[in-house]
Ligand binder design. Structure first.
Ligand SMILES: C[S@@+](CC[C@H](N)C(=O)[O-])C[C@H]1O[C@@H](n2cnc3c(N)ncnc32)[C@H](O)[C@@H]1O
Length: 266
C-alpha cells in the first residue's frame, strides 16, 4: 500500500468549511512580516481579519501578543480555539461576524492588522468600506499586512488576458463574475463571484484611505499546488502604515466626509 499518497504534505492547502477558498498551513512573506511586527511590539494589540484556522493568529499569540481573531465562519473559530495551547488562550479573543458589515472596532485601536486572502469575498463597495474601517481602527504608526491572489495563477490563464485589457480602464479589473468559467475544478471551493488583485489596485485603494504603502509585491508561496503555480507572481501583498497625521483622523474629528466620497469620484 502506498501510504505516502494518503499522508497530507506539510504544506498542502486546506479547504475552508464555508466555500471561501483554501488555506495554506505555512505563512507567506507578508504574514511573516506581520508576525515579526507583533513580536517587535509585544505590548500592542493586533487584529487578524478572516483568520480561518489561525495560521497567523497562532504564532502571534505564541509570541505573547494580544490578538483579536475574527472570521465569518464560527466553525473556523472553533477549530482555532481548540488548537491554541492553553497557556496562550487568554491572549486570543475570537469574534464571529462579517467584516466590515457586522464587525467594527473603535478608532486608533490596533498596532497591526492582518487580512490575508479575504478581500476576494467582498464586493467592491465593501472593499472600500473595509479599507476605511482598517484605516480608522489602526493606531497612527500602526501597520496593515494584506495578501490576495493575483490574476497570474496557472488556473487563471484564460482570465489573465482579460485582466490585462481591463487594467488601465477599470477600477476592479480582477472582477470575475463566474469563477467556474476559469477554474471549474476549484469552483466548489469558492463563491461564484470573486475578485483577484494586482499590487496596483491594492496600493491605490490603500492610498485613497490615507495609508502609506511601504511594500507592494508579488510573491509565490511554499507548497503552492501545481495548478496554481505559474511564474512566481501568483499572489499580491502590501504592507502599509497609518501616518501619524492621517487625513482620515482629521476628517473624522471634524465629522467631515472625505471629498472623494462626497463628490462620488471613483
Ligand atoms: C481563504 S481563507 C484565508 C484564511 C486565513 N486568513 C489564511 O490566510 O489562511 C478566507 C477566510 O476569510 C473568512 N472571511 C471571508 N469573508 C469574510 C468577512 N467579510 N469577514 C470576516 N471573515 C471573512 C472566511 O470565512 C475564511 O475563513
Amino acid at each position: 500500500m502506498n501510504f505516502a499518497r494518503k499522508i497530507p504534505q506539510a504544506c498542502e492547502y486546506i479547504p475552508t468549511l464555508n466555500r471561501m477558498g483554501y488555506m495554506s498551513p505555512a505563512l507567506d512573506e507578508i504574514q511573516l512580516a506581520f508576525v515579526k511586527h507583533c513580536e517587535n511590539n509585544k505590548t500592542g494589540l493586533f487584529l487578524d481579519i478572516g483568520c480561518g484556522f489561525g495560521v497567523a493568529t497562532q504564532p502571534v499569540a505564541k509570541r505573547g501578543c494580544q490578538v483579536i481573531a475574527c472570521d465569518l465562519e464560527e466553525r473556523h473559530l472553533a477549530v482555532l480555539n481548540e488548537s491554541i495551547p492553553q497557556k496562550y488562550r487568554s491572549l486570543v479573543t475570537l469574534l464571529a461576524g462579517h467584516f466590515p458589515d457586522e464587525l467594527t472596532f473603535p478608532h486608533n485601536t490596533f498596532d497591526g492588522i492582518n487580512i490575508s486572502m479575504v478581500l476576494h469575498f467582498l464586493s467592491p463597495l465593501s472593499i472600500e468600506k473595509a479599507f476605511k474601517e482598517i484605516s480608522l481602527c489602526l493606531k497612527p504608526g500602526g501597520r496593515l499586512f494584506l495578501t490576495t491572489s493575483s490574476p497570474y495563477q496557472r488556473a487563471l490563464s484564460l482570465f489573465a488576458p482579460i485582466y490585462e485589457k481591463r487594467k488601465y480602464v477599470e477600477e476592479w479589473p480582477g472582477y470575475i463574475d463566474d469563477i467556474a468559467k476559469y477554474v471549474p475544478h476549484r469552483a466548489h471551493l469558492l463563491p461564484k463571484r470573486n475578485i483577484v488583485f494586482c499590487t496596483d489596485e491594492l496600493s491605490r485603494v490603500a492610498s485613497k484611505f490615507g495609508l502609506d504603502v511601504q511594500t507592494a509585491t508579488f510573491f509565490s508561496r511554499e507548497g503552492i499546488p501545481p495548478d496554481l503555480s505559474l511564474e512566481g507572481r501568483e499572489y499580491s501583498g502590501i504592507i502599509c502604515e497609518k501616518p501619524k497625521d492621517s487625513p482620515l483622523i482629521f476628517l473624522e474629528k471634524n465629522k467631515e466626509v472625505s471629498p472623494i466620497h462626497a463628490a462620488n469620484i471613483r
